[in-house]
Design a protein around this ligand. Structure first.
Ligand code: 13P
Length: 251
């Protein structure tokens, strides 16, 4: 059985004082969580704080993006080895907001993915279609294209070191969750696509669902056979909600 993972994506929220309270509450409330993994992906400036509060806890931490470059004259960028310096285990790669708002192409996402695994980080690779792509019947072809861009440079051995997150763009921050059946269908598609290349790796791949996951819908989503947990935006900023979502992933 695959272990479930629930990761919070704080996006550009928080402050030192707010985070101290939130991280402290999560650390205490999730101390006895069993049979699942949890993590929070915080803005870069708060990685040191996450490391400080969460070291030796049940909660791992990570960043929300990473440079594709290792070092050099790239003003404003943060490399994978810098994230490692702050104890990160995870880094989100290819979030739809990065793709849509910051011009990250499939090729850039693939390069960031390679940089992350090269440093020993676990990328959380986000894929997902927009509403118009879904309505045009293109959801699977868009996701296949996003996966192929990474597979072309990292192969299945690279994918094996990552987590995949299916995040339909139309469900992010909209309150409109994919139904468990809709999400399961895409997760099964992703796993089957990978199984054509390597059945064993596909079988143990952790595939998260993200998009308006709440305490009220988490258990039903996570009970689908190919949904191995969630990538949580808004609800990860509220301790009680995030804790309830993590607990919904316990078996
Ligand atoms: P919401 O949970 O706020 O819809 O955000 C999902 C997301 O983008 C997580 O990466």
């Amino acid at each position: 059985m695959r272990q479930k993972l629930v990761a919070g994506n704080w996006k550009m929220h928080g402050s030192l004082s707010e985070n101290r309270a939130l991280l402290g509450e999560l650390r205490a409330a999730l101390a006895d969580v069993r049979n699942m993994a949890c993590a929070v992906c915080v803005p870069f400036p708060y990685l040191a704080q996450a490391q400080d509060v969460l070291t030796d806890s049940a909660i791992a931490w990570g960043a929300q993006q990473v440079s594709e470059f290792a070092k050099g004259a790239y003003t404003g960028e943060v490399s994978a080895s810098m994230l490692l310096d702050f104890g990160c285990r995870y880094v989100i790669v290819g979030h739809s907001e990065r793709r849509a708002l910051f011009g990250e192409t499939d090729q850039v996402v693939a390069a960031k993915f390679v940089a992350a695994i090269g440093a020993g980080l676990t990328p959380i690779l986000c894929v997902g279609e927009t509403l118009s792509e879904r309505e045009a019947g293109m959801a699977e072809s868009v996701i296949a294209r996003q996966l192929d861009a990474v597979l072309n440079v990292a192969g299945m051995s690279g994918i094996a070191r990552a987590v995949i997150a299916y995040e339909p763009v139309w469900a992010i921050g909209t309150g409109k969750t994919a139904s468990p059946e809709q999400a399961q269908a895409v997760h099964a598609f992703i796993r089957q696509k990978l199984a054509v290349l390597d059945m064993e790796i596909a079988g143990r791949m952790i595939i998260l669902y993200g998009g308006s996951v709440k305490a009220a819908n988490a258990a039903e989503l996570f009970s689908q056979p190919d949904i191995d947990g969630g990538l949580i935006g808004g609800a990860s900023l509220v301790a009680d909600d995030f804790v309830a979502i993590c607990k919904a992933a316990q078996f």
